[in-house]
Design a protein around this ligand. Structure first.
Ligand SMILES: [Fe+2]
Ligand SMILES: [Fe+2]
Length: 163
């Protein structure tokens, strides 16, 4: 029963949703309403998830000396992914450049969540108590919808998109 209430299963469920969105996005082509809708949903999901994950989990992880380096690594990747998403949002969707950048985001994101699931979460779990992981889930459940609704697509000006 207990594992049903911990933060890690909840984060993994989001990761699975994100893998599915990325796979569906990759099947789209050109500037279509479907690609717009999936890109928007993935962006808001990924940004909302990262912010709530930092508040619920990484804030505590960073305070534990044996875990600080891992926490900094993940939070730095959140920032990198956000920058890549902002750059992608500023790139015309019907170009080869968009697809190349999308594949970069996809690879980076899949790497990030796999690393969390296989390396980070098991390491964190050993340093956290049962109460910690149950409480963290409550924080995540509360913060995720708020952060997702506050997130934006933030398209930079078209000229600012990186080549
Ligand atoms: Fe993350
Ligand atoms: Fe995550």
């Amino acid at each position: 029963m207990k594992h049903l209430e911990d933060i890690f299963d909840r984060l993994r469920a989001d990761h699975d949703k994100h893998r599915d969105l990325l796979a569906r996005l990759e099947q789209t082509s050109g500037e279509t309403p479907e690609r717009h809708a999936l890109f928007e949903e993935f962006t808001l999901e990924a940004k909302g998830h990262a912010a709530a994950e930092e508040q619920a989990l990484y804030s505590t992880v960073l305070r534990k000396p044996p875990l600080t380096a891992c926490g900094r690594h993940s939070v730095a990747e959140h920032h990198e992914i956000e920058e890549m998403l902002n750059d992608l949002a500023a790139t015309p969707m019907d170009t080869g450049g968009w697809l190349t950048k999308f594949r970069g985001v996809k690879d980076k994101y899949l790497h990030h969540i796999k690393e969390e699931e296989t390396e980070m979460f098991p390491k964190f779990r050993k340093q956290l108590t049962e109460d910690d992981v149950v409480y963290m889930r409550q924080v995540f459940e509360r913060r995720k919808p708020v952060e997702k609704s506050k997130a934006d697509i933030t398209p930079e000006k078209m000229e600012e998109a990186k080549d």
